[in-house]
Design a protein around this ligand. Structure first.
Ligand code: DP6
Length: 340
């Protein structure tokens, strides 16, 4: 924390998370209370993170927000809601306004949702700046009312977001628990999604009959997935992660009008992964895909199979022809990615 005259300032960082069991549906829009529990991996702080600096001083006359150094004309409703909640909780009622300066170290085209890391870093920074009580659960609460999935980026490693009680998140295992795990991200399309997650999940709730069926399966999948992570059972891990991804996209398709996030390349990658998994003589799984609200796959793989799979990806998606727009990045979940 820096203190210049009466200006207080705090900078915090948070990383994106990738949902293994998806959050989809809110039973309370205002507080962002989810319909189902979800489970994710937060990338360890590496080169990919959001940095947020929050400052306050008695001379400020309004809240301001700078993104990448550029002042935004106004704060979003959700950001305003987060600040109002902070003021409500802050003991020092002399503190009226806040300046927010936010920056992502990863490009929008990296396929990673930046809202989760952005709101998590904002929430942690505000909690510190105003010295709020119960800092971890307060930061999780503030992140959640900014963007639901951000609640999981407040913690590192494997994180569960509960849909019950206070609907906060907790770390199940730290990222070091499974050091052989690697993540490969393929960018098939980096343009803005056709329907935002917020709008699409509301539409799903209103129109999809498969949605309730999905909800009844989620807790069982989460318990099995946690057990698989505990004993590093990649076979079970891969099957559950891929099935949940497909079920989520089936529910999107069952929404009216349908929400279609996958594209032809996504479907090709799905077939490729299943074909690749079949090549193992013991039929052990080598790679698992998951897709969020977009066409870009996140592939989890153990280190021992990574080179073989990367060669296959280079063959099918060479970077010097028609597939020039397909970018491939690999990481050991430490947030340090290299393009391949
Ligand atoms: C498909 O957290 O972006 O990525 O709460 O409305 O801000 P809001 O939605 P958001 O939804 C993320 C949906 C998802 C699945 C997940 O991350 O669990």
């Amino acid at each position: 924390m820096s203190d210049n005259s009466d200006c207080l300032s705090v900078t915090c960082q948070a990383s994106p998370n990738i949902a293994l069991i998806k959050y989809w549906g809110k039973r309370n829009e205002e507080l962002i209370l989810p319909d189902n529990d979800s489970l994710s991996i937060t990338l360890d702080l590496g080169e990919l993170h959001s940095d947020t600096t929050v400052s306050t001083s008695s001379s400020m006359t309004c809240d301001t927000f700078y993104f990448d150094g550029i002042q935004q004309t106004k704060l979003s409703k959700r950001m305003q809601k987060v600040l109002d909640e902070v003021r409500r909780r802050a003991k020092n009622d002399q503190i009226k306004f806040v300046e927010i300066r936010s920056h992502n170290t990863f490009p929008a085209s990296s396929g990673l949702a930046s809202s989760a890391s952005a709101y998590a870093s904002l929430a942690i920074a505000l909690t510190k700046l105003f010295n709020l009580e119960n800092p971890q659960s307060t930061a999780a609460y503030l992140a959640r009312i900014g963007s639901g999935s951000a609640v999981r980026s407040v913690y590192g490693g494997f994180v569960r977001w509960s849909s019950e009680g206070e609907c906060l998140s907790s770390c199940i295992y730290p990222v070091e628990h499974w050091p052989e795990l690697r993540l490969i991200i393929l960018i098939f399309n980096s343009s803005k999604k056709p329907v935002s997650s917020t709008d699409a999940m509301q539409r799903t709730r209103e129109t999809s009959t498969l949605f309730q069926a999905r909800l009844s399966t989620v807790n069982d999948k989460i318990e099995k997935l946690i057990q698989a992570i505990k004993i590093k059972d990649f076979n079970t891990f891969a099957k559950i992660v891929m099935m949940d991804s497909s079920q989520f996209h089936a529910v999107c398709m069952d929404t009216y009008p349908p929400v279609i996030y996958l594209n032809e390349q996504s479907k090709h990658l799905i077939d490729l992964v299943h074909a690749f998994n079949k090549t193992d003589e013991n039929e052990t799984m080598k790679v698992a895909y998951t897709f969020d609200a977009g066409p870009n796959p996140f592939c989890f793989i153990r280190e021992e199979h990574a080179d073989e799979f990367l060669s296959l990806l280079k063959h099918f998606y060479p970077s010097n022809n028609d597939n020039d727009n397909v970018h491939k990045q690999v990481s050991n979940i430490d947030g340090n990615f290299s393009s391949i």
